[in-house]
Ligand binder design. Structure first.
Ligand code: URP
Ligand code: ZN
Ligand code: ZN
Length: 466
């Protein structure tokens, strides 16, 4: 049985047009006007609605631990589906003493296969840069994991990486088309500022932002760019948040260097004032890099519109407020004890539509590029992120007339708060297909646990094409 999605406005990263999409066998079979269908096919009337490619969220944490506290995992991936995201790529920290692929495959088998409710892939995170681990990097490409991240921040934590590891990774990665990603913040600057603030008794969540000002991010971004230049390798900078880091990326790009970057939904709509909320509520907004002021937010909207940044991810991190975020509360505790990261799996598209498209900051085609198409290309997912014959039938029928309010109560992330609580929502993913299977109907998740499949990425993703 196939499905005919009729009379919608089909939006791709290049254009939009009225038409029908016919899907069968998990793939897009035909696109056109007034397409026919078989008697037993399902027909979805998309009149007055938009048909978008399913989202690809390439920055998700389902296994992250901070100070021993762990986030929610793939059992909450139906939240992505309801938010119009049909592929997730998660960062998996290499276990000390184990190989990169060994860690990924063990995690995939125990925590994703048979559980995920949307398709999925993984980025390796190198934490143990022994010579034999560096030598393993090209093998990631063959195994379907063509991306690897290093954390320049988080001094003293097992996943922190120094310049030596980053340079070696960049050099080795380019041998096989593995894209190296960095979390760019200067760990020593943060360490000095953190100790100083705590000594001064400045321990509330707001001081998280004071401990890591824009210069911390700009310095590390610039350093990573120069390391990539020395290695002659492309670079991908995750969660860019400030004007200064943007400037470094823009200048490198204008010099002809392949430097790509993303920002994340929360940096586009939240700011440092949220960190200053009373009653320890500011802890909900502790993520790294820190939230910035409104002028940085405006610069980020401009950057995503003008293609200075290439993707918008969620950086979803499902820590509860009541227990986990409170690890920084009380005698002898500080912002430095609060697990970093915020839940945002479900609302990426809703934020981009309501506060981007509806406010005239980005076009619908630009939204599709940032939400689906470029993230697929960066990660070598050549059947995802686009609407054309032969692509996976990952599709969102988006109703622009829906009106609602974002809240932890009507969201499936399984976390006891949402950083977007009370935000107005215009439009919603009404129906979502994953490889032709209907997984969201009338805004409600109707799929099944384990319906998601591992999608191997191909090497030489978009960062290599420049
Ligand atoms: O605060 C954040 N972003 N937490 C998740 C880990 C990371 O740095 O991406
Ligand atoms: Zn990060
Ligand atoms: Zn992250």
């Amino acid at each position: 049985m196939g499905v005919l999605i009729k009379n919608g406005t089909i939006v791709t990263a290049e254009n939009e047009f009225k038409g029908d999409v016919y899907i069968a066998g998990g793939k897009i079979i035909a696109i056109g006007a007034k397409l026919g269908h078989r008697p037993d096919d399902e027909v979805v009337d998309a009149t007055g609605k938009y048909v978008l490619p399913g989202g690809v969220d390439q920055h998700v944490h389902f296994s992250f631990t901070y100070n021993g506290s762990k986030v929610r995992g793939f059992e909450t991936s139906n939240a992505a589906a309801v938010g119009g995201t049909t592929t997730l790529i998660e960062f998996v920290n290499q276990e000390k003493g184990k190989g990169l692929i060994e860690t990924l495959e063990a995690y995939k088998a125990s925590d994703a296969d048979g559980i995920a409710m949307v398709d999925y892939g993984f980025h390796s995170v190198m934490t143990d840069p022994r010579d034999e681990v560096i030598e393993e990097i090209p093998k990631l490409a063959e195994a379907g994991y063509p991306t690897m991240k290093l954390f320049m921040a988080y001094k003293g934590m097992f996943f922190h990486a120094d310049d030596d590891a980053i340079l070696k990774a960049l050099r080795k990665g380019k041998e096989a088309g593995v894209t190296i990603m960095v979390h760019a913040e200067n760990a020593d600057m943060i360490d000095v500022l953190t100790k100083q603030l705590i000594a001064e008794g400045k321990t509330e969540p707001y001081y998280h932002a004071v401990s890591r000002p824009p210069v911390v991010e700009a310095e590390a971004t610039r350093r990573a760019i120069y390391l990539a230049e020395l290695a002659g390798a492309p670079l991908y900078v995750v969660h860019v948040t400030c004007k200064e880091a943007l400037e470094e990326i823009k200048q490198a790009y204008n010099r002809g260097q392949a430097v790509f970057g993303e920002t994340c939904s929360h940096y586009l709509v939240l700011d440092t004032e949220d960190l200053a909320r009373p009653n320890f509520e500011g802890a909900k907004y502790v993520c790294s890099p820190a939230l910035r002021t409104a002028e940085h937010r405006q610069a980020l909207w401009q950057a995503v519109d003008r293609k200075w940044l290439n993707a918008i991810s969620s950086d979803h991190c499902g820590f509860d407020f009541a227990e986990q975020k409170h690890m920084g509360f009380g005698e002898g505790k500080s912002f430095a004890d609060i697990p970093n990261g915020a839940p945002s799996l479900q609302n990426r598209l809703n934020i981009l539509w309501t506060y981007g498209v509806c406010e005239g900051k980005i076009s619908r085609t630009r939204l599709v590029d940032l939400f689906s198409t470029m993230p697929a290309k960066i990660n070598g997912l050549d059947t995802k992120g686009h609407i054309d014959v032969g692509y996976d039938a990952d599709l969102v029928v988006f109703d622009p007339e829906y009106r609602g309010i974002m809240s932890a109560q009507n969201n499936l992330e399984g976390v006891d708060y949402s950083p977007f609580e009370g935000f107005e929502q215009k439009g919603r993913p009404e129906t979502v297909f994953l490889r032709g299977m209907k997984i969201v109907d009338n805004g409600t998740y109707v799929g099944q646990k384990g319906q998601g499949r591992f999608v191997p990425g191909k090497p030489y993703g978009a960062a290599y094409e420049d």
